[in-house]
Ligand binder design. Structure first.
Ligand code: ZN
Length: 494
């Protein structure tokens, strides 16, 4: 078994409140021991980590690998408009584009200090065994851990949003009404087949399942996803109450909140996490906590799409496992968990009437982005301690972000932007050295990305034109729907 001794570094303590000098002994894929500086260890390769701050790898609680090829596609889009434009920003992808986009996403995460991500991966009109395998191979090539969860629905955005098709004038109404996803049975069969033969888990890529948005899934389809999750032990994640129009649509369709409806179908449990949850109620949080579910707080995407602020503090108080995520690059538009931490801490201060007790502190925020997110993925990582996975990020203390080092947690959240990330180890193996990704030719990757973006832009141009035509009508309808979710039900910070 390989033994590596990292010497001379500041090491972030498990409570993230301090970063004393310590040596770290790594054996195989795990941390074997935290040792006093200078401890003699035989049969271990020494790695001089002086002038480094070692932190646990950040874990991205919510992302989309397919989003990387469409970073920067939009500007003044809320969620309804993002979904309206989805057919052209994610359309026309073949297997190689799926591999490419996932690789881009994984490389960006790695270079910005992230060692694992919960990826809701989209294929249209249905997930395929081949597609899931190439995306898993992309993570393996970069060396990042992932939960790869096919993001699925049996209803289109137009079918899913109450009253939307009827609100469109002809000929757009007919076109929207004529769109469809693959049949529910075929989608569930694909996930079943992928799960039955999944070979990537031992290499750090676990299969999950993601019924994408409750309104976009028939009840039978959601229970089908639930059954697959139970049968194959698949982590499950769903965008729940991300935007207010969805909360309004849930009231209209189910007569309950979205989460209450999912709970009535038996989906909410320890394998389940909510992505976003901006419009969850107090009762929703209590249900989520009681069932052992989690929440990925993605403040960057929520601000970018004007969705609101997720009740992270209230979720923590309710006993929900909370992690932090970036969301995909079609709505965030980067994979920078340092930025996500900073925005989470900032957002917690914006609740009307919130006091310091309600704000997220820096050490607490770091723990959400490490331990918290790791729990959403079911990973034994997120803290530097004996027995944990050796997923470690080495920050350069000679970088301007750390000149000088005053307080590790404060600077991780307030100052660091990913640019001081120098080396990353995942499972005891180096994946980033001196800022270079070891498993991928980054220059070739950039060329492939540009070529694919141009090819896809040409291919999807007619679809784009139609999406842009109907976008104002969709925006108008969804704004009215949002008004049906009353403020009285809105959760308060306290
Ligand atoms: Zn998302």
């Amino acid at each position: 078994m390989t033994r590596i001794l990292l010497t001379g570094a500041h090491v972030l303590a498990s409570d993230a409140l301090s970063a004393p000098f310590a040596d770290i002994l790594v054996e195989g894929d795990r941390i074997a021991a935290l040792l006093p500086p200078g401890t003699a260890v035989e049969d271990a390769a020494r790695h001089d980590a002086s002038r480094r701050l070692i932190i646990p790898g950040l874990v991205n609680g919510h992302t989309h690998g397919h989003g990387a090829l469409s970073k920067g596609a939009g500007d003044k889009w809320d969620l309804a408009l993002l979904l309206t434009h989805a057919p052209w920003i994610s359309g026309g992808r073949g297997l190689e584009e799926k591999r490419l986009s996932t690789t881009l996403n994984a490389v960006e995460m790695l270079k910005k200090g992230c060692t694992a991500g919960f990826d809701l991966a989209f294929e249209f009109p249905a997930p395929s065994v081949e597609g899931l395998n190439v995306m898993a191979e992309a993570y393996r090539a970069v060396g990042l851990r992932a939960v790869l969860a096919p993001m699925v629905a049996d209803l289109t955005f137009f079918q899913a949003t109450p009253g939307l098709i009827a609100a469109l004038p002809e000929p757009h109404r007919s076109r929207a009404a004529g769109m469809s996803m693959a049949k529910a049975d075929a989608i569930l069969q694909s996930i079943h087949d992928a799960a039955r033969d999944w070979s990537h888990a031992v290499h750090g890529v676990r299969l999950g399942v993601a019924p994408t948005i409750p309104l976009h899934c028939s009840d039978e389809f959601m229970t089908g996803c639930r059954d697959l999750s139970e049968r194959f032990d698949l982590p499950m994640q769903t965008h729940v109450a991300e935007a207010r129009y969805q909360a309004g649509g849930g009231e209209e369709r189910y007569g309950t909140t979205l989460l209450a409806h999912m709970d009535s179908l038996g989906l909410i449990g320890p394998r389940f996490s909510v992505a976003h949850g901006v419009w969850l109620t107090e009762d929703d949080l209590a249900t989520l906590a009681t069932r052992g579910g989690g929440l990925s707080h993605n403040p960057g995407a929520n601000m970018r799409l004007a969705s609101g602020i997720a009740p992270a503090r209230a979720a923590i108080r309710a006993g929900v496992t909370v992690g932090i995520g970036t969301d995909g690059s079609s709505s965030s538009d980067n994979q920078n968990m340092f930025e996500s931490m900073r925005l989470a801490a900032f957002a917690s201060r914006l609740w009307d009437g919130a006091t310091e007790d309600d704000w997220l502190g820096t050490a607490e925020t770091v723990r959400l982005a490490t331990e918290g997110s790791a729990r959403l993925l079911g990973l034994e990582s997120g803290v530097i301690a004996a027995g944990k996975l050796a997923d470690l990020v080495l920050l350069d203390l000679d970088h301007i972000n750390w000149s000088p080092l005053n307080n590790a947690a404060n600077q991780l959240v307030w100052t660091e932007d990913g640019s001081a990330v120098r080396d990353v180890m995942i499972g005891g193996d180096w994946k980033l050295r001196d800022r270079r990704v070891l498993g991928v030719d980054e220059a070739a990757l950039a060329g492939q990305a540009q070529e694919a973006a141009e090819r896809l832009a040409a291919l999807n141009a007619p679809t784009r034109e139609w999406c842009e035509t109907i976008a104002p009508m969709v925006a108008c309808h969804c704004r009215a729907l949002a008004g049906r979710f009353t403020r009285a039900k809105r959760l308060l910070a306290q």
